[in-house]
Write a protein that binds this ligand. Structure first.
Ligand SMILES: [Zn+2]
Length: 119
């Protein structure tokens, strides 16, 4: 994913990067590469962006499905990691309702391994 977007429909300073969205079809949590990617983006973008809805923190999101039928995937939730707080969250959807749970705080053990500690 490119770190910057040039879109002539918008003034150059009006576009901000907030979420890096992608899919984990098999429901696995965010990988070390995912976390390293958004942390690298946090070095070129603001960790927090002021929007009309208030302050929003830069984060990476991976959607997952619990469907066992590959031809009929469902969106059942997503993992979200926020580099500013090192917090990983799990969002799940049951019926029409979203639930947010803390999944833990990230500590790096080495370049490619992280540990999650419950809050
Ligand atoms: Zn990923």
């Amino acid at each position: 994913m490119p770190p910057f977007v040039d879109d002539s429909r918008y003034a150059p300073d009006s576009l901000k990067q907030i979420f890096a969205l992608h899919n984990h079809p098999f429901g696995t949590r965010l990988s070390a590469r995912d976390l390293r990617f958004i942390e690298s983006m946090a070095t070129v973008h603001d960790w927090e962006v002021l929007t009309r809805e208030g302050r929003i923190r830069l984060s990476i999101v991976a959607f997952f499905s619990r469907s066992r039928d590959a031809s009929a995937p469902t969106c059942d939730g997503f993992y979200q990691y926020v580099p500013a707080t090192r917090e990983m969250m799990l969002w799940t959807r049951t019926g029409g309702r979203w639930k947010q749970e803390s999944h833990g705080t990230v500590t790096w053990l080495d370049e490619r391994t992280y540990r999650l500690d419950a809050l």
